[in-house]
Each structure stands twice: as C-alpha cells, then as structure tokens.
Ligand binder design. Sequence first.
Ligand code: NAG
Ligand code: NAG
Ligand code: NAG
Ligand code: NAG
Ligand code: NAG
Ligand code: NAG
Ligand code: NAG
Ligand code: NAG
Ligand code: NAG
Length: 756
Amino acid sequence: MSKTSAFLVLLASVSASKLPPSFSIPKSDAVDHVNALIGNGGDTPNGSGGMIPSTAPPFAMTRWVAQTHENYVSVTPYNYTASNIHGFQGTHQPAIWMGESAQVVVVPGIGDVKSKFEDRALKFSNATEVISPSYYSVDLDAGNGNKILAEQSATSRVGHLRFTFPQSEEGFVLLEATRPTVITSTPTNITYPLGSIAIDPTHREITGSNSERQDWIITPTPTAANASHFRGYFCARFDAPFAEWGIVQNGSTAAGTTAGDGSLLSGYARFAAGTRTVNVRVGVSFISVAQARRNLDNEISDGVSLEETARRTRAAWAEKLDRITLEGASEADKEVFYTAFFHSLQFPYEQDEDGHYYSAYDNQVHKGQSYTGYSIWDTFRAEWAWLILFAPERVPAMITSMLQDYQQSGWLPMWKNIVETNIMVGTHADSLVAEAVVKGVKGFDTDLAWEAAYKDGVVPPENDRNTTYSDREENVGYEVRAGLSSVYADNGWVADDVHSESASRTLDYAYDDYALYRLAGALGKPAEIVTMLYDRAMTAPFTLFNNATGFMEARNADGGWAGPDAGWTEGDKWAYTFDVVHDIPALARHRGGNVSFVSSLDAHFDGGHNDHSNEPSHHIPYLYALAGAASKTQERVREIAKANYNNTPVGLSGNEDCGQMSAWYLFSALGFYPVNPASGEYVVGSPFFDKVTVNLPSHPKPLTITAKGAPSAKYIRGLTIDDQTVGSPVIRHEQIAAGADVRFEMSEVPETWGGR
Ligand SMILES: *[C@@H]1O[C@H](CO)[C@@H](O)[C@H](O)[C@H]1NC(C)=O
Ligand SMILES: *[C@@H]1O[C@H](CO)[C@@H](O)[C@H](O)[C@H]1NC(C)=O
Ligand SMILES: *[C@@H]1O[C@H](CO)[C@@H](O)[C@H](O)[C@H]1NC(C)=O
Ligand SMILES: *[C@@H]1O[C@H](CO)[C@@H](O)[C@H](O)[C@H]1NC(C)=O
Ligand SMILES: *[C@@H]1O[C@H](CO)[C@@H](O)[C@H](O)[C@H]1NC(C)=O
Ligand SMILES: *[C@@H]1O[C@H](CO)[C@@H](O)[C@H](O)[C@H]1NC(C)=O
Ligand SMILES: *[C@@H]1O[C@H](CO)[C@@H](O)[C@H](O)[C@H]1NC(C)=O
Ligand SMILES: *[C@@H]1O[C@H](CO)[C@@H](O)[C@H](O)[C@H]1NC(C)=O
Ligand SMILES: *[C@@H]1O[C@H](CO)[C@@H](O)[C@H](O)[C@H]1NC(C)=O
C-alpha cells in the first residue's frame, strides 16, 4: 500500500558515521552496509519509504528511534532533515499509513523539567549521529554550551538508553506516558489518551501505561468494543539513585509526587550533580506493568552494559544478513541490498511476551506466540515468499497467530495493527496460508487454516449488500471480501455501484480463490470444492474484460460498464488489467495472443503507466517472460531497479509497506520473482551480481547464484540448476529451497533463451 508520487532523484548519499569499535562486535560486513536512512526522505508521506532509522532486533515488538516529530498516520517519528530531537521513542507504528499504538518516550534534559513536545526540544547536528540497526548515538545541545550524549540500543521488548550528562549539571530523565494525539490522517481531531505513571525511588523505577491507539476509529465493529481496553505498559529502571522525582501533567510539575493518572502525563527522576552516566532500560508490555518488568529482567538484566545489549542485537542481525554474500556489487549496491534485507525482516512483529500474549480482539491474555503488523495486501506478493526462505523458523508461528486472530475475531487478518484495521482489499491471508502449504511449511494447524481461509471464500461480511466498505470507512464490520454476496449470487463481479474499489476487489478475490484452490488441492479437499474454486478463480477476472477497449473495467450491478477509471484502488486500468497472476495464458488470449500481449506490456511501460511505487505494478515486468519475451523482462527489471532504489533517504520510490518494496528488489537481485505466489513458482528475471551465495536457514547446502558479468550484461543466454538445463524462465520453489547451484550465462545482447 502506498500512494504514488514522482520519484525524487538523488540527494547526496548518506552513510552513517562510523560505529565505535565496542559497538562493532560481532564483525559483519553485511550489517555494516545497512543504511537505515534509506526510505526516510521525501516531500510527502508517499514520496519515499516511510522508514525510520530504528534500533531493535529482527521482528522486534518495540523499535526505538530518536523522536523528531509527533507521529501519526502519514507522519513518522523521525525525519532526517530535522534539527531537534524531542526524546527517544519506543514505537509500534508499523508503516507510514498506519497509526501509533502505546508508545513510550524517554527524554533526557538538564535544568527545569519540560514535558511538552516543543518545550523539551534539544538541538542536534546530524554530523554527530551514529546510526546502525543495533546502536544509535547523538550529541544533544542542552544549552549554555552543555552537551548530553544520548546512546540507544534495544532488544525486542526492552529499550536501553544511556545518557551522559555534563559534569556540573543535575541531569533528569522524563518518561512520557501520554500526549495529545490525532486519530485521522489530517491533524484536525486532537484527542487526549489516558494513562498512568508511578514512581518508585527505592527501586529506581518509573512505570506507567498509555492507551493511545491511533487507528481505533477504523477498528471493525464489534471487535472495537473489546479492543478499547488495549493499553501499553512500561517499566523503566535506572542504574543511578534518584535525587528528586515528580509527575508532570499538562506542563505542571508536582515534585515529590509518585503517582498520577490521566492525559498529558509524564514522570521524571533527577540525579545528583556529578552523576555523569545514567543507564535506563525500558521494558514494554501489552499485558501489564508486572509483565513489562519481567520483560526487562528477562531481556536486559541489571548490570548488562549498553555495549552488551548492542552486541546481542547486532549478532541477531548478523545471523540473518551474513547469510547472503555478494560478489560484483558496488558499495552503493551493497547498501541498497542489505538495507532492503534489514527492512524485510521487521514485520510482522512479535506481540507475545514470555510465552503469553494480549489479544485486543477479545481483551484476554492467552498462552502462545503472536505477531502483529500484517500489511497483507502488500506482503502477500513477495515479502511472504522472502520470509519463507529467510525466516522459516518464524513462519509457522506467524500463521498460527493469524489463526488465533480467526478464533478470536471470526476472521483471518487483512491489515492487522494490534487488531484489524480494514485497510485495502482482498483476503490475501488465504494466499499466505496456501503458499506456505504449497511450499511444504509445517508446524501449524492445517485443518483450522483451511476452515479459516475457506470462510473468507464463501462468507460475505456483515451487511454486505448495503455497506460500501470504502477505504477507512468507520463503524462498519470486518471488511473481508466485501461484495462477495453479489459476485457469485448475481453477476460474477463486485458491483461498482454497490461497493468501493469494485474492480480491484473482483480481480483480487479471483486470485484469492486460486490460492484457496491450491490449498484445497494440497490438503485433499473434496473434488467439487476444488473445482468450484478453480472455476471461480478462472472465470471472475474476465467478467471485467471489456472486449471493446482491451482493458479490465468495473461494472455495475446491472452489467453496465462503470467507466475506465472507476473501481480501482492504488492503481489504474493499466496496472490492474495485468492483475490475473494465476492465469497469464488466458489474459494473453484476451489481449489477442502472446505477440499482442507483449505489445500491450510495451504500451504499459513506454506510456509511463508502470508505477513501481505502488504494489499493483510489482509483478508486471515479469509477465513478458510468461509470454515468450524473457529478454524484455530482463531489460525492464534492471530499469526499474535502477530508477526506484538507491542508497539515499529517497532510495525507495514508494512506501516500504512492511517489506514488500524491499522484497521486490531482493528477489529481483537474485534473479527471480514470485509472480503467482500460491503457485510455488518463480519467474526468472535478470540477476544483478556476478555471484550471490545464500546460506539458507536450516539447509547445509548453499544456494549459489552465479551470473558472471551480470553487472554489465543484463541478458540471459542460458540457465542451469544443479547441472540440469532450464529451458523456460520459470523455476519451482523446490528447485532452490534446499540449496542449489544456479548458473546463469549472461549476455550483453538479447538472446533467444525464454524468448526475445
Ligand atoms: C501523495 O501525498 C500528497 C500529499 O500528502 C497528496 O496530495 C497526494 O494526493 C498523494 N498521492 C496519492 C496518489 O495518494
Ligand atoms: C521531513 O521534513 C521536511 C521539512 O519539514 C518536510 O519537507 C518533509 O516533507 C518531511 N518528510 C516527510 C516524509 O514527511
Ligand atoms: C543533515 O541535515 C541536513 C539539513 O537538514 C541535510 O541537508 C543533510 O542531508 C543531512 N545529512 C544527513 C547525512 O542526513
Ligand atoms: C473529526 O473532526 C471532524 C471535523 O472536525 C468531525 O466531524 C468528526 O466528528 C471528528 N471525529 C472524531 C472521531 O472525533
Ligand atoms: C492544558 O492546560 C491548558 C492551559 O495551560 C488548558 O487550556 C488545556 O485545556 C489543558 N489541557 C488538558 C487536556 O487538560
Ligand atoms: C470480546 O471478548 C469476549 C471474551 O472476552 C468474547 O467472548 C467476545 O466474542 C468478544 N467480542 C467481540 C466483539 O469480539
Ligand atoms: C443494512 O442492513 C442491515 C440488516 O438489514 C441493517 O441492520 C443495517 O442498519 C443496514 N445498514 C445500512 C447502512 O443501511
Ligand atoms: C468478450 O469476447 C468473448 C469472446 O471473444 C466473449 O466470450 C466474452 O463474453 C466477451 N466479454 C464481454 C465482457 O463482452
Ligand atoms: C505464449 O508464450 C508462452 C511462454 O513462451 C508459451 O508457453 C505459450 O505456449 C504461448 N502461447 C501460445 C498460445 O503460443
């Protein structure tokens, strides 16, 4: 999901200052090439990735970041052009078009305690920042020539800050529990979330809670009632004695007070003059303050140094990123590649604590693992395939988590941010489940997975016939396949005069039916169900094909065409006409056969209609290869990579969307892409580097991709996998998933392999 905008070309390349040696352990060339400012730039929220230079391990429950802005839907907490830092934020905002939930902010200072966002600002120069996935530091200007050195690391559920105050000053650290917030994408609706603070000077702790969840207005009914109990909790423990403490509420300080409730609430501790260094560890929980304290003790126990915390987090990134080595990549290529890898392993994020998790679907604490931050309309395309390869140890629990959501809310998630948010269309969780089963992933309840996914295919949402289910519509039920009741009972399509985004829905539901068909087949479901799903998947897309124009078009309930621009979400008739990933031969036939189909792809690209900044275009360059024109896929993929990715703050042309922008680059760099994810197949593109060596988790045999000359030779003359000649540009997951020797013969001119 992302909104389009012109891609800004090249600012100066940013690369973070050098890490101090004590924070460079273990050694990792891959982690050293992460440039966490990539994707932070842009003039509009949709101008780049919406990414922040966060510090946390992979898939962390809470990511920590220097706070330059009050974040909300469309604004991230960090903007690299800012000149003030207002604290260090433990954030749960998973993507720029999503809101924050239950954040906590840690603010250092000297002199009078200031809690309000503007008042507590400390100037900084970005020349003093050190940015890495495991460690961040910056010099803050505290006025009168005083400097505070702020350093940050984190584990999944605990932030670790270390502040070094000026010798002669009494430093303080403030914990902000609640702030004013906005709940719509335009900051007109200011609200005041409630929370609490308690100060325990004996145990050097400040604890508290925060009820902020910016997306509450789009929670489907009736889940919203239970989710209204959602809270975040924190337990901050200091390693220095408190000389003074107090509560600040709406700017008024009550020194010596140890408890407070309500809005605009913070608590602080001040340290005796001469206390130069203060470590504060902030355990975060969605369950309770007691659990936040347990998380703190479990993950960063008393006496653990910041160096040690950072070393563990760096080791966690190195364990993943060092799995891929590149030969023939420039320094800039390596930054783009490893930052993409870094971005691809952040979501969905852990929501369980110590073997338990809080579910806002039913307001209960359950046993087990849980994840949240599922942007499935985006991530079903390639990010999920990437996780199956590079985070296989987590995929069963990620699916089990979705099944728990089903048990607690009645449906699999679409865009889960703590709970469902009803954003975007289609029930692509069906695809996640089907792809996992087709690729042989074990370790989750397939009976329950079938029950949940099949329900998506056959049960419409509540009040389906009289609810539009428009984007971010408030006070409606769980959206799932809105319009489903009319698709199969009446027409074969979602009617544009009844439902929003009708044409995109029709096409996406057809793909989801294909995923269900694959799932049903793999699980041995009755033949009539398999056939029913297959027929729906193959028939529905072409009910929208307007023979007169050669494009897909939305239709009304009475069968009339709704117009070429109606019924699309985050795309147009150009991109969406190619949205039949499960039946490209039929689409090619409708467009007059392979030759004419290839011409239509040329018209799409040459006419400037491909919008790589948004997901509906991501698979399109790969379609040439499925129509006998593989060399054109090779050209287009290279052009897109060059035009849409670089190692600057605007180095992502579109929103990252929980890893999908990066997953496109990563697969493309390896030389193949999952056009039709549930099929278990990849379409071959054009590998970018001379050689890529991949040590897949739990497979002793490496996956080596040799493509000598690839940096300058983009065309393919031949391909072998484990010495077997591959004659067509399609490879199956099992050919590579347990390691393989993939050899491309590259060429500087278009070749006949796969078709010119
Ligand atoms: C991109 O963002 C700008 C400013 O926020 C907005 O005006 C524009 O409509 C957005 N574009 C799309 C396609 O959403
Ligand atoms: C970052 O801040 C600058 C300066 O205020 C602003 O122009 C830009 O739009 C912001 N970037 C994003 C992605 O919001
Ligand atoms: C530092 O901030 C300045 C001023 O906003 C900006 O122009 C520059 O690109 C930033 N540099 C880095 C490395 O972020
Ligand atoms: C948000 O603001 C608009 C206009 O100011 C108002 O109509 C609407 O009721 C507000 N929504 C909420 C949830 O407060
Ligand atoms: C905060 O204090 C100001 C006066 O300083 C007052 O106008 C405002 O209503 C207060 N806000 C809340 C939410 O209590
Ligand atoms: C709310 O939670 C209760 C369990 O605590 C559950 O029985 C009920 O179904 C939930 N309600 C909704 C609307 O999800
Ligand atoms: C839609 O129909 C249902 C059931 O007939 C009714 O309860 C509901 O109020 C209707 N909603 C609207 C928006 O008309
Ligand atoms: C398009 O033409 C095909 C035959 O060429 C026909 O089967 C199909 O019904 C037509 N589709 C529409 C929407 O008119
Ligand atoms: C179209 O091209 C594909 C890929 O080369 C090929 O498999 C298919 O048979 C072609 N279709 C026709 C009708 O020739």
